[in-house]
Design a protein around this ligand. Structure first.
Ligand SMILES: O=C(O)CCC(=O)C(=O)O
Length: 276
């Protein structure tokens, strides 16, 4: 039997996303949260990504999952096997992002597709997907992810650079997309998992609330979709999957610092790309 049920497969194909409630339980999330919050490599590598209003989201990304508690989450059987089923074969870890919206300060993300800019990283096919695992409750008020249900079926659309520091989808196509597709606010609890296709249009509003909204975003590429160009995210690198018990068995574990290859700043060539 596969890792996914038929409803999840159908939702991914038809809607471009689905949510698994309690993908990680409370004990696992307490371990992962403590590791993220106390890891000096995370604290020292945050950078800001500005939105159109000049508000910033803190961001950090790293290329390899390593043995930290959150690295084990990215390598966990429950995620990797699901990704392999969604993307039709072996996958590897393309990077993990932590997008951190602080209370009252965290900026918005404009409508975009991740493959809109990953395409420019020399990646030939949209055989890529993400899973978002919130560290905090994610609500409309603190800027949860919004998706246009089914919009991945449009295929990749062009993106431009915003006034701030982001890529946003072609404005005319966006108007069409908003007319065509339902906007879904993906409210989630810590430990839920939002799996979504790399061509799904998504955005999130600024955090005007008193509550923090931090997301871990694990990104995967199909092994057979090795990038054609060198970029600051990795070529195919075999992913060492771990059993689902690994997080609890290991307890709180911080990153090595070297293995993960933290991406400190935007190091992209001047094409339409994001560091994320
Ligand atoms: O953190 C968010 O709300 C969205 C992040 C995002 O869309 C991205 O990193 O591509």
């Amino acid at each position: 039997m596969g890792a996914l049920n038929s409803e999840q497969i159908q939702s991914f194909e038809k809607d471009g996303f689905y949510i698994v409630r309690n993908l990680f339980d409370n004990e696992e999330m307490a371990i992962i949260r403590e590791a993220v919050e106390t890891d000096p490599n995370i604290q020292s590598n945050f950078f800001d990504r500005e939105d159109n209003e000049g508000l910033s989201t803190k961001l950090i990304s790293w290329n390899h999952p390593g043995d930290s508690s959150y690295g084990l989450a990215a390598r966990s059987k429950r995620i990797v096997e699901s990704m392999e089923e969604l993307l039709g074969g072996e996958v590897y870890h393309y990077h993990t992002k932590l997008t951190a919206k602080e209370p009252k300060e965290g900026g918005s993300w404009e409508w975009h597709q991740d493959y809109g800019y990953w395409y420019h990283n020399g990646i030939q096919f949209p055989y890529m997907a993400n899973v978002i695992v919130p560290l905090d409750p994610a609500t409309k008020e603190n800027g949860c992810l919004e998706v246009l249900k089914g919009s991945h079926l449009m295929g990749r659309i062009d993106h431009d650079l915003t006034k701030g520091d982001q890529a946003w989808a072609d404005q005319e196509r966006m108007k069409w997309a908003e007319e065509e597709f339902e906007t879904v606010h993906c409210e989630m609890e810590p430990g839920d998992g939002l799996f979504f296709h790399c061509n799904l249009l998504h955005r999130s509003a600024a955090n005007r609330s008193e509550n923090r909204r931090w997301y871990l975003i694990f990104c995967y590429n199909a092994a057979r979709n090795n990038p054609r160009l060198e970029h600051n995210h990795p070529f195919y690198t075999p992913l060492q999957m771990v059993d689902d018990e690994a997080i609890k068995n290991t307890g709180v574990k911080l990153s090595d610092g070297k293995v993960e290859d933290f991406r400190t700043k935007r190091t992209n060539p001047p094409r339409l790309q994001q560091a994320s």
